[in-house]
Design a protein around this ligand. Structure first.
Ligand SMILES: [Zn+2]
Length: 497
């Protein structure tokens, strides 16, 4: 099966075919940078980055753009309240966003800003005016929805239906109540740029059309965002772009559902401060990723103390298994001098071979060795992982495949004499899935693992010289840091509590 994506435009799952073979252009509406991002916004941040990771996993080169809205009504209001200029306020929260995104493992994107693209936005609007798809009125410029009969295509609404839902619009500057603003005339004291229609600033929708065209081209492969953006924001983007270029803005429109806040404790302790920044003070970022990815993106998520606790338990299970695997591998490789690591190609060939035997019925396989079983199970887990991700990015089932790999690894680690080949293959399977899911903790990066290993070695030394006092001291010290030691036939194994 090839990758299937649920397209909001057609309301069906479609086979994914990029415009250019091997390449994917992807645009996701980013944050308005007037405050820390709310935990609800971590869902599109983590999910669409996972889409990007998976597209790269299957071999695409991905151009991924997430814009920063660094000028709008909210920024202007907050800047006046705080007496801080808009650009300074925006920079503060762009830095905060990047810090959160890095912590959550979702930092790989190009981030253009509205204020750096004013010329392109003005040119875009001028093009629409020239085509009769926009008009100036009192210093503002509006999009003429009547000039674009396909308005409503994305949200599956028609103008007459929309009319019923709309309050009587008293804005007499507009030809139709559906028309929306492209350019806003500056009010006294507001940040402003020159334009053919007088000084002002862009409306919200136009920035995405202009930046998607500039950074990715007239038609992009995937456009994503939260379900709240489908109408009017994405409808307006689609209308502006197609009215100007005559081509559709995007081939696949993807929308993630809301994240609901559950759990009284969390609401009580954090109140309105349910920001990623606050939550990461006490929660592990991998646990947040686990919660977000443990639901399909088109289903709602309840985020709260209970789901976070489950997330912590989930990543502990995965990281313990992986940690034990790495430990076993280290003991074996250190014992074998001159041993060379296996190449990725060799490991992939091994997994492919294991997959072939997986197709055989139990009786045909005969008495299987622990090695063959571990290889077969890891190859099957990888296969299921790909199949489930191909089905409209089914991340909860992908996590289940990772748990299957965890179970196969734990079982294999019980053997007395483990094979380096098999351990390497298991490690590679873990790392491949994790390149997409991002649930392994980078303890090694902090140097903590190396220090733990050093203390364990010192403890062994103390025991050899019958200095049991010192040996116990080290065990207690490690226990105090949440590290549990286990004496096994293969040496000392450790894991985090
Ligand atoms: Zn947008």
């Amino acid at each position: 099966m090839t990758l299937q994506i649920y397209n909001t435009l057609s309301r069906t799952k479609e086979e994914f075919r990029p415009i250019e073979p091997g390449k994917v252009s992807m645009y996701v509406c980013g944050p308005t940078v007037y405050d820390y991002i709310h935990i609800g916004n971590s869902r599109p941040l983590i999910f669409f980055d996972t889409v990007r990771r998976y597209l790269e996993y299957v071999g695409y080169e991905v151009n991924y753009v997430v814009n920063f809205t660094d000028v709008d009504d909210k920024l202007i209001k907050r800047s006046l309240e705080r007496g801080v200029p808009v650009p300074e306020l925006a920079n503060t929260f762009i830095d905060a966003y990047l810090q959160d995104a890095r912590a959550l493992g979702a930092e790989k994107a190009l981030h253009p800003r509205v204020t750096e693209n004013i010329d392109e936005i003005v040119a875009f609007i001028a093009g629409l005016v020239e085509k009769g798809a926009a008009y100036e009125s009192g210093g503002d410029v509006f999009f003429r929805t009547k000039a674009f009969p396909k308005y409503g295509q994305l949200s599956h609404k028609n103008l007459d239906e929309l009319q019923h839902g709309i309050r009587i619009d008293v804005d007499e500057r507009k030809e139709s109540p559906h028309d929306f603003v492209l350019w806003k005339a500056a009010k006294p004291g507001e940040i402003r740029w020159p334009s053919p229609w007088g000084e002002g600033r862009p409306g919200w929708h136009i920035e995405c059309s202009a930046m998607a065209a500039k950074y990715l081209g007239e038609t992009i492969d995937i456009h994503g965002g939260g379900e709240d953006l489908e109408f009017p924001h994405h409808e307006c983007e689609a209308a502006q772009s197609e009215a100007l270029t005559g081509k559709p803005l995007a081939r696949y429109w993807m929308h993630n559902r809301y994240l609901n806040i559950a759990g009284e404790k969390m609401s009580k302790s954090l109140g309105n401060g349910l920001t990623v920044h606050n939550i990461l003070q006490s929660a592990k970022p991998e646990a947040v990723r686990f919660v977000i990815l443990s639901a399909h993106y088109r289903s709602p998520i309840n985020f709260g103390d209970e789901s976070l606790r489950q997330g912590e338990a989930g990543i502990e299970r995965i990281n313990n298994s992986y940690g034990n695997l790495i430990h076993r591998l280290r003991i074996l490789t250190e014992a074998k001098t001159g041993w060379q690591p296996f190449t990725a190609e060799k490991l992939d060939a091994q997994l492919a071979e294991a997959l072939q035997t997986a197709g055989l019925a139990d009786e045909e396989r005969g008495a299987e060795t622990a090695e063959a079983e571990a290889l077969r199970e890891s190859a099957l887990a990888l296969k299921r992982f790909g199949e489930r991700m191909d089905d409209d990015f089914n991340t909860p089932d992908a996590i289940t495949a990772l748990f299957d790999l965890t179970a196969a690894t734990n079982k294999y680690l019980l053997v007395d004499h483990a094979s380096i080949d098999v351990l390497q293959a298991l490690k590679r399977a873990f790392e491949r899935m994790d390149a997409v899911l991002g649930l392994l903790m980078n303890a090694a990066d902090t140097g903590e693992d190396a220090e733990i290993e050093r203390l364990i070695e010192e403890r062994q030394e103390a025991r050899r010289s019958r200095n049991f006092g010192r040996a116990d001291e080290i065990r207690d010290e490690l226990a105090g840091r949440g590290i549990l030691l286990e004496d096994t036939a293969q040496g000392v194994r450790w894991r985090r509590k």
